[in-house]
Design a protein around this ligand. Structure first.
Ligand SMILES: [Ca+2]
Length: 347
């Protein structure tokens, strides 16, 4: 499958908590009648409310699929016309569509005919796939546990399965596959993107997996660690540098983390000397020290944070690490460093 970026792309975003919008999509709307290809790929589209809760990509006048929707997590959106996706003339590959609600077409509503759906995981929505026309091309999807129906107006395609996908943590919003998931090795290899939503390699094993995440079956595993380094003592009103360190202590590549730094005292924090400033919190996108799109084993990188010490009291920094929407708690996040201003008389 040729998968060059389209002329218009919505890629690698987190689109959350938008709406309500009574008519349009809460998340992303494409309404196109021209030529050319569009992508909605690698996005996390969650908790939006709209006429269509998640995304509404339409190509009205073309019979062949023109908009490619791939490797997205589309979850917990709420719509009046469709919950997750209202698609017309679309190619939908390797999406995980979970927990969306709407009166009809809770997960996916297919307008027109000739939509192509392969390797999508459609589970636990208020309803599954609803089609205006029975002429749809479905293969190797997992459609399971949708309340009102799994299919309406169309029927399951070759390779489609209906079985509990065994998410790592459904209630917690972690839609990675657990060992033993029936979605592992159940996709169609004629529809494969080079990476999954984490940036991990596809294909692992012999066949592509259903959904936005490929189950890791190769090598060891990556272990993300974070460390916060702050001066032990500071003087009021002066600027200091704290460091956010992150790295991979495991034996396999890791997706790049998103780090979120806040502080208890509401003091201004700045990325480096000239970067963004915030008193409430800084979102830091981890980059790889080797310039690769993943964090190789053994790699460590550091981000300097400039902050101004308050007049009195102390500052506690709080660092949280997220990877592809998965929050790492415990030993991987929430690391604190206390900074106690002192030495008033020594200024
Ligand atoms: Ca696989």
């Amino acid at each position: 499958m040729d998968w060059m970026p389209g002329r218009i792309s919505v890629r690698n975003n987190v689109i959350a908590h938008n709406g309500p919008d009574g008519f349009n999509a809460g998340g992303v709307v494409y309404s196109e009648c021209g030529d050319g290809e569009r992508d909605i790929a690698g996005n996390v589209i969650v908790d939006n409310v709209g006429g269509v809760g998640g995304i509404a990509p339409f190509v009205v006048f073309y019979a062949a699929p023109q908009i490619r929707i791939a490797n997205n997590v589309i979850a917990r959106n709420m719509g009046t016309s469709a919950g997750g996706v209202w698609a017309m003339h679309c190619l939908m590959v390797s999406n995980t569509i979970v927990g969306n609600t709407a009166p009809g077409g809770g997960a996916v509503r297919l307008g027109g005919d000739a939509n192509v759906l392969s390797g999508n995981l459609v589970a636990f929505n208020s309803s599954g796939i609803s089609a205006d026309s029975a002429v749809q091309m479905l293969s190797n999807n997992c459609v399971y546990g949708n309340s009102a129906y799994n299919y309406s107006g169309c029927s399951l395609g070759p390779g489609d399965i209906s079985a509990d996908p065994l998410f790592e943590n459904l209630a917690g919003g972690d839609y990675h596959l657990r060992p033993g998931s029936p979605c592992i090795e159940a996709g169609d290899n004629s529809f494969v993107l080079p990476g999954d939503l984490d940036g991990a390699r596809r294909i692992q094993g012999a066949r592509v997996d259903i959904g936005a995440y490929e189950f890791p079956t190769e090598g060891g595993s990556g272990i993300l660690y974070t460390r916060l380094e702050a001066p032990a003592a500071v003087r009021p009103g002066r600027e200091y540098t704290a460091w956010v360190h992150y790295g991979n202590a495991g034996s396999a590549e890791l997706p790049l983390p998103l780090l979120y730094l806040s502080n208890s005292a509401g003091v201004p924090m700045r990325i480096g000397q000239e970067g963004r400033t915030s008193t409430t919190g800084l979102a830091l996108l981890g980059v790889s020290p080797t310039g690769t799109p993943t964090l190789p084993p053994g790699a460590e990188a550091s981000i300097p944070i400039t902050f101004t010490a308050p007049a009195s009291g102390s500052v506690e920094f709080d660092l949280t690490a997220l990877q592809s929407g998965r929050q790492h708690a415990g030993q991987l996040g929430g690391i604190r460093a206390a900074v106690s201003p002192r030495g008033h008389s020594r200024q």
